[in-house]
Design a binder for this molecule. Structure first.
Ligand SMILES: *[C@@H]1O[C@H](CO)[C@@H](O)[C@H](O)[C@H]1NC(C)=O
Ligand SMILES: *[C@@H]1O[C@H](CO)[C@@H](O)[C@H](O)[C@H]1NC(C)=O
Length: 364
């Protein structure tokens, strides 16, 4: 190839780059329309060298338990996977647009430390995309509030493991399947993202109740999935009644899977947990390939599907099941002693949950 041809190619390439750059800023509206009919939750993880969306080092408030790099994790491929729906493209994440759309609004994540995980991911994404905007972070009891005063936007996290009440009575601590926990705090919020699951599994010292009250009956214990469904129905009834006539956007975060047991994914070695996993499950994009649909997700789908008020279910279970590489493992709070295969490193999988939340908010 002659020199002229090479220069011509370089010139052409730079024109293409410019056009591409322009397209990406002009396109979001059309992209967003195209996702309305698309199943965003069916797809695959693709390696993208432009990922992650932010660096943990630029997010000064990130919790120690999610900061896997700082805790010594040295592999980095897990930071590089982007979720790609099979039938459409997710709109490019634009933190400035997202924050602008939240002007004057309150967003609240309600749930356990998996909600904390997603809330922190969103706060990091928005903070790093608007580094000049000042923020405040306050904590009072179980409520954390991250605000952007210039946008009058507030991102809250309300810690609540079950969404239903635990009352201390004479006989002990009672998990009341028929009463929601903190309904008053859920009112007047513009965007609510609920989640509960992991606490329903706790036994022994980690179990924060002694009895389960179901209507007029008091049980020492019961099938946890059955209890979960009853508790969720109580939450659903509350939302139907109290938010039925409001413009509040209500989401259910979906069931976040753990990777404590390798029998749940194909081609696993003799390993029994997420420890040492460095890449997503390959070639298994269906529930069948991942050991069947998660039983808790089935319950959530059923309960949310029967509500009279629309609640958007972020169906993140399957796509997260593929990410056996995304957990802190030994690089979490418990170190080697208590490896963490249930939370997620940040940056990481919860960024994608927020990307899906963003896509849903922008297209509704
Ligand atoms: C800020 O947002 C709240 C609602 O979250 C609203 O009541 C208030 O008027 C807003 N303040 C300003 C200065 O816009
Ligand atoms: C919701 O709106 C309908 C019709 O306007 C009304 O009949 C109903 O009482 C309202 N429900 C609540 C909980 O405010």
């Amino acid at each position: 190839m002659g020199k002229v041809a090479v220069y011509a190619l370089i010139a052409l390439a730079s024109v293409l780059v410019v056009v591409r750059g322009r397209r990406e800023t002009a396109k979001p509206k059309r992209e967003i329309q195209s996702i309305r009919k698309c199943d965003l939750y069916a797809g695959r993880w693709v390696y993208d060298s432009s990922y992650p969306l932010y660096n943990a080092a630029d997010c000064p408030f990130i919790e120690h338990q999610f900061d896997c790099r700082k805790n010594g994790r040295s592999d980095s491929d897990y930071l590089k996977f982007r979720w790609e729906p099979s039938e459409c493209r997710l709109p490019r994440f634009n933190g400035v647009d997202f924050l602008s759309s939240l002007r004057g609004k309150k967003v609240m994540f309600v749930g356990d430390s998996i909600s904390l995980n997603q809330w922190q991911s969103l706060a990091c994404i928005l903070h790093t995309s608007t580094p000049d905007a000042t923020y405040t972070l306050t904590r009072a009891g179980g409520l954390s509030d991250f605000t952007f005063p210039a946008y009058n936007a507030s991102l809250m996290f309300l810690r609540d493991g079950f969404l239903i009440k635990i009352e201390t009575e004479k006989i002990g601590r009672v998990l009341e399947l028929n009463s929601v926990s903190q309904g008053q705090s859920w009112k007047g919020i513009d965007i609510l993202v609920f989640n509960t699951w992991h606490w329903w599994l706790h036994t022994g010292r980690k179990q924060p109740w002694d009895f389960i009250e179901d209507g007029k009956e008091m049980h020492k214990d019961m099938d946890r999935l059955v209890a979960y469904e009853k508790g969720l129905r109580t939450w659903a009834r509350w939302v139907d009644i109290h938010l039925g006539n409001t413009t509040t956007k209500v989401y259910f975060q979906g069931v976040s899977p753990d990777h404590m047991n390798s029998l749940r994914w194909p081609n696993s070695n003799a390993r029994s947990t997420c420890i040492g996993e460095k890449e997503p499950v390959q070639g298994a994009s269906t529930n069948a390939g991942l050991g069947g649909q998660h039983p808790a997700e089935r319950v959530v789908e059923k309960v949310v599907g029967e509500m009279s008020r629309p609640v958007h279910l972020l169906r993140v279970t399957r796509l997260s099941q593929m990410r056996k590489d995304g957990h802190p493992g030994m690089y979490g709070l418990g170190g080697h002693r208590v490896p963490d295969c249930s939370h997620w490193c940040l940056p990481g999988v919860p960024d994608t949950w927020n990307h899906l939340l963003y896509a849903s908010l922008m297209s509704s």
